[in-house]
Design a protein around this ligand. Structure first.
Ligand code: ZN
Ligand code: MN
Length: 450
C-alpha cells in the first residue's frame, strides 16, 4: 500500500478597493482604530441596503481571466446563513451556484522535481469579509472584542479541484497565485497581514498502484476530507499539511478512516486540533440575496475588463528569456514583481547604445540591494564600470612599474615560466583603473620580458 495525499485549496483574498463591498466605508482595516470604518450596512442594522462595488466585481473577473476561467454572463449573490459574533447580519453575502468565474487553470512551473502540471480552478467568486474577533483580557476578565472595520471588505474566494499531490505543489501554486494577484494590482495578497488566507482540504488515498494519475476522478477520491483553518503563512500551511499527512496516514495504517471534520492549526501545540465536524452546503440554507439584482456581464463590459489585463508573470518570463537572452533563473528573479521587471526593461531601453541587457540583468540580480532609483542611473553606473580610458605611454609605464613592485614574487614566478603568475597583477591594476585589459597585459609582458 502507498498513501497518496490529495489536497485541494480554498484561498481567500481581500481586494484593495477604496471602499467596502456593499457600502461606502473605507476598506482599509489593517492598523486602523477599531470600529471607525463602519456604517449601518456593514454593521447589519435593520433596513440598511447593500449596493455592490463595481470595481470589486471587475477585479474578480480580471482574476478569473488571469486564471483562464470562463466568465459567467449571468451571476448572482446569495446569503450564506450562520451565526458567529463577527457576522452581524447572521448571514454572509457570497455567491453560491452562479459564481462570476468557473473552470480555470493554473500551470505549475516545471522545476525539478515538479513536472509541469495543470491545477484546475473550480471557481472564483466574490463575497464579503467578516468582522474580526480579538481575544484579550479587560479589567482582569477574559473577553472577546469585535472590530467591524473588516466587516464587508470585498473578498475573492478561489477554489481549486483536489489536484495537488504534494506540499511542494501547493507551495508553487500559492506563490504563483500571489504573484499574479500582485501583477493585477488588485491586492497585496499578504498572508501575514491576512489579506491572503488559506484553507487546504486534505485526505489520503490508500492505493496499491503507486502511479495514480492526477486529476483523480470523483469515484476514486477518499470518502472523507479534512479542512484546515486558521493558517496565516506559507510556513504554517506547510506544517499543518505535514502534520495531517502523518496523522491521517497513521489512522489509515491502523485500519481506521479519518473523520470528516474541520481542524485548526495550533501554533502552541504544533499540531492541528479538531474544531467541528465538517458542515455540508445545505447546513447554510443558501438562498438568493433579495436586495441585490443579478449581475449581467455583457460582451462589451467583459471586453473592457479584458483590456485591463496586464502581461502575466509566465508570459513575461518567457518573453524575457527569448528577447534578452537571459537564463530561466534570471528571468524569474527579474519578473518577481512588476516594478522590478519594468525597471529592467526601462534600463534596457535607456542603455540600448551603451550596455547589454545581460549586463543590466546580471547587475540587477547580483547587486539588487544597491540599485539606484531610476533605470537611467543604473545604465550610467554599468557603463562607467565598463568604460576603458586612454592613457599616455609614460603614465602606463609608471602604473606597471608601481604594480610590479608590489608583487615581487609574482615577477620571479613569471620569469621562471609560470605565465599565470601575472593574474593578480592584472587584477590589481584593473581594480584601480578603467584601463583596457589587453593593453595592460601587453604592457606587463613587455616590462617583464625586456
Ligand atoms: Zn459600511
Ligand atoms: Mn468564503
Amino acid at each position: 500500500m502507498t498513501y497518496q495525499p490529495i489536497i485541494g485549496l480554498e484561498v481567500h483574498v481581500e481586494l484593495a478597493t477604496k471602499s467596502k463591498m456593499f457600502c461606502g466605508c473605507p476598506a482599509k482595516h489593517f492598523a486602523v482604530e477599531p470600529n471607525t470604518h463602519t456604517c449601518p450596512v456593514c454593521l447589519g442594522l435593520p433596513g440598511a441596503l447593500p449596493v455592490p462595488n463595481r470595481k470589486a466585481v471587475e477585479w474578480t473577473i480580471l482574476l478569473g481571466l488571469a486564471l483562464n476561467c470562463r466568465i459567467n454572463t449571468d451571476s448572482k449573490f446569495d446569503r450564506k446563513n450562520y451565526f458567529y459574533p463577527d457576522l452581524p447580519k447572521g448571514y454572509q453575502i457570497t455567491q453560491y451556484d452562479e459564481p462570476l468565474c468557473v473552470n480555470g487553470t493554473l500551470q505549475l512551473q516545471e522545476t525539478s522535481p515538479l513536472k509541469a502540471k495543470t491545477v484546475r480552478v473550480r471557481r472564483v467568486h466574490l463575497e464579503e469579509d467578516t468582522g474580526k474577533l480579538q481575544h484579550t483580557t479587560l479589567n482582569g476578565g477574559k473577553v472577546a472584542l469585535v472590530d467591524f472595520n473588516r466587516s464587508g471588505v470585498p473578498l475573492v474566494e478561489i477554489v481549486t479541484e483536489p489536484d495537488f499531490s504534494s506540499i511542494e505543489e501547493v507551495d508553487v501554486f500559492l506563490k504563483k497565485l500571489q504573484r499574479i494577484i500582485r501583477y493585477l494590482g488588485i491586492s497585496n495578497a499578504d498572508m501575514e497581514k491576512g489579506s491572503m488566507r488559506l484553507e487546504p482540504s486534505i485526505s489520503i488515498n490508500s492505493i496499491s498502484n503507486p502511479n495514480i494519475q492526477f486529476p483523480i476522478s470523483n469515484d476514486q477520491l477518499p470518502k472523507y476530507r479534512v479542512e484546515l483553518k486558521n493558517i496565516n503563512s506559507f510556513k504554517f500551511a506547510r506544517k499543518a499539511l505535514e502534520y495531517e499527512i502523518q496523522r491521517q496516514t497513521e489512522l489509515l495504517q491502523s485500519g481506521e478512516t479519518p473523520t470528516q471534520q474541520t481542524r485548526g492549526w495550533s501554533e502552541e501545540k504544533n499540531a492541528t486540533v479538531p474544531q467541528r465536524e465538517k458542515e455540508e452546503a445545505h447546513d447554510y440554507c443558501y438562498f438568493p440575496e433579495p436586495d441585490i439584482p443579478p449581475i449581467h456581464v455583457d460582451a462589451q463590459w467583459l471586453a473592457e475588463i479584458k483590456n485591463g489585463l496586464p502581461e502575466l508573470p509566465d508570459a513575461k518570463i518567457a518573453r524575457f528569456i527569448k528577447a534578452y537572452n537571459v537564463s530561466d533563473y534570471t528571468a524569474n528573479l527579474l519578473c518577481g514583481d512588476k516594478a522590478t521587471a519594468d525597471f529592467f526593461e526601462q534600463a534596457v531601453k535607456d542603455g540600448a547604445s551603451s550596455v547589454t541587457p545581460q549586463d543590466i540583468a546580471n547587475w540587477m540580480v547580483n547587486k539588487k540591494d544597491e540599485l539606484p532609483d531610476v533605470p537611467a542611473e543604473l545604465v550610467t553606473q554599468i557603463a562607467n564600470s565598463q568604460k576603458t580610458v586612454a592613457i599616455s605611454a609614460e603614465d602606463l609605464d609608471q602604473t606597471i612599474i608601481k604594480a610590479l613592485s608590489k608583487f615581487p614574487q609574482a615577477v620571479v614566478d613569471y620569469k621562471s615560466g609560470k605565465i599565470g603568475a601575472i593574474g593578480p597583477i592584472i587584477g590589481a591594476i584593473l581594480k584601480d583603473t578603467n584601463l583596457d585589459k589587453q593593453q595592460v597585459i601587453a604592457a606587463i609582458k613587455k616590462h617583464l620580458e625586456a
